[in-house]
Design a protein around this ligand. Structure first.
Ligand code: C5P
Length: 304
C-alpha cells in the first residue's frame, strides 16, 4: 500500500468570464459562464499517511496562509478521511508557488490535489463522482481542478463543466501586485455596479468551438466581467493590465477576480522580452506556460 504521494496543483486562468446573474434566495452567489485553462505554474503537495485516525497536519513552505483548519486542502483531506471511515490520518506538506488572492485558483487547486492524494492513500475508495461533490462544497473553482481537465467551459457557479480540447501550449507571463483581491469583495464590487440586473442579463451568444482552439481567436473573444469593477476599485491593477497589454501578447486578461493579470505570447522570446520590458519594480512576474496536458494526479513517493 502507498504511504506517501506527491501531486502537482496547477494554477488556472479564465479565458473569458461572464457574470450572468445573482442567485435568488440570498445565497450571495452568482451564476456565470467561463472557460478555464491550466498553467504549468503549480504548487506541490506531498501527502503522507499518519497513524492518528482522522487527523490532518499541515506544513506550508512559503507564505503564511492563516489558520490550518480553514485551509481548503486540510478541509478536502478531512472530507475524504471522513468518507473512508477515518482509518488513518495524513500530514500534508504544501509548497506554495502560486500567488495567493491572485485569481489563479491556488487554494482551490490545492484542495483538489488533496482530495485526489488522500483518496489515493485510501486505495481510491471514494468514487470520482463523490469527489466532485466534495469539490463543489469546498469552493466554486475546486470542481474544475478536480476534473483533471486541462481546459473546460464552466457554468452555474463554475461547477458545471464541459471538457474542452486543450489549447496549444504557449508561453505565458503572470504579473501580480503585492496586495491581492478577496473574491467576495470582487463580487460585491460587481454588485455595486449592477444594482438592478438587466433582464435578460446578457444578450444571446453562440460560442464557436473554433474560437476556443487557438490563442489568437481566444484573444478576440475578450471579456472578464471582473475587469471593470476591480479596475474601478484598484486603479493600479488597470495600470498593470495596460502595461501587460502594451507588450503585444496574443491574449491578456485579469485572472479570475484578480489581482493577477496573465498574458500569453506567440513564442518564448516575446514573453521574455515582455518580462524584461516590464521589470519587477512595479509588479512581480512569473514566467510559465499554458498547459495542454491534463492534471497528472498523485504519484507514489518512493522511499517517502
Ligand atoms: O466558491 P468560493 O468559495 O470560491 O466563493 C467565495 C465567495 O465568492 C462566495 O462566498 C461568494 O461571495 C462569491 N462567489 C459568488 N459566485 C460564485 C462564486 C463565488 O458570488 N459563482
Amino acid at each position: 500500500m502507498t504511504d506517501a504521494v506527491r501531486v502537482a496543483a496547477h494554477a488556472k486562468i479564465n479565458l473569458f468570464l461572464r457574470i450572468l446573474a445573482r442567485e435568488h434566495g440570498g445565497s450571495g452567489f452568482h451564476q456565470l459562464e467561463t472557460a478555464f485553462a491550466l498553467l504549468e505554474l503549480a504548487d506541490e503537495l506531498v501527502v503522507r499517511r499518519t497513524a492518528t485516525p482522522g487527523d490532518v497536519a499541515l506544513t506550508v513552505n512559503g507564505p503564511d496562509l492563516g489558520r490550518a483548519e480553514e485551509n481548503l486542502a486540510v478541509r478536502a483531506a478531512q472530507a475524504v478521511l471522513a468518507a473512508t471511515g477515518r482509518k488513518f490520518g495524513v500530514a500534508i506538506e504544501l509548497t506554495k508557488r502560486i500567488p495567493v488572492q491572485a485569481g489563479l485558483g491556488g487554494g482551490s487547486s490545492d484542495a483538489a490535489a488533496a482530495l485526489h492524494a488522500v483518496n489515493a492513500l485510501a486505495g481510491g475508495a471514494v468514487p470520482r463522482e463523490e469527489l466532485l461533490h466534495f469539490a463543489a462544497r469546498l469552493g466554486s473553482d475546486v470542481p474544475f481542478f478536480t476534473s483533471g481537465a486541462a481546459a473546460a467551459l464552466g457554468w452555474g457557479r463554475g461547477e458545471r463543466l464541459f471538457r474542452l480540447a486543450p489549447l496549444p501550449t504557449a508561453p505565458a507571463l503572470v504579473a501580480f501586485p503585492s496586495t491581492g483581491v478577496a473574491t467576495p469583495d470582487a463580487y460585491r464590487w460587481w454588485d455595486e455596479l449592477h444594482a438592478a440586473p438587466p433582464s435578460p442579463a446578457r444578450g444571446p451568444v453562440v460560442l464557436d468551438a473554433v474560437a476556443l482552439a487557438s490563442w489568437g481567436s481566444v484573444g478576440r473573444l475578450g471579456g472578464n466581467d471582473f475587469e471593470i469593477p476591480v479596475f474601478g476599485k484598484r486603479a493600479e491593477l488597470r495600470a498593470l493590465f495596460e502595461r501587460l497589454a502594451g507588450t503585444r501578447p496574443l491574449w491578456v486578461r485579469l485572472c479570475g477576480s484578480g489581482s493577477a493579470v496573465a498574458a500569453v505570447y506567440k513564442n518564448p522570446r516575446d514573453r521574455d522580452d515582455a518580462a524584461t520590458q516590464l521589470g519587477e519594480k512595479q509588479q512581480r512576474l512569473i514566467k510559465t506556460e499554458t498547459r495542454a496536458a491534463h492534471g497528472a494526479g498523485p504519484e507514489p513517493l518512493i522511499g517517502g
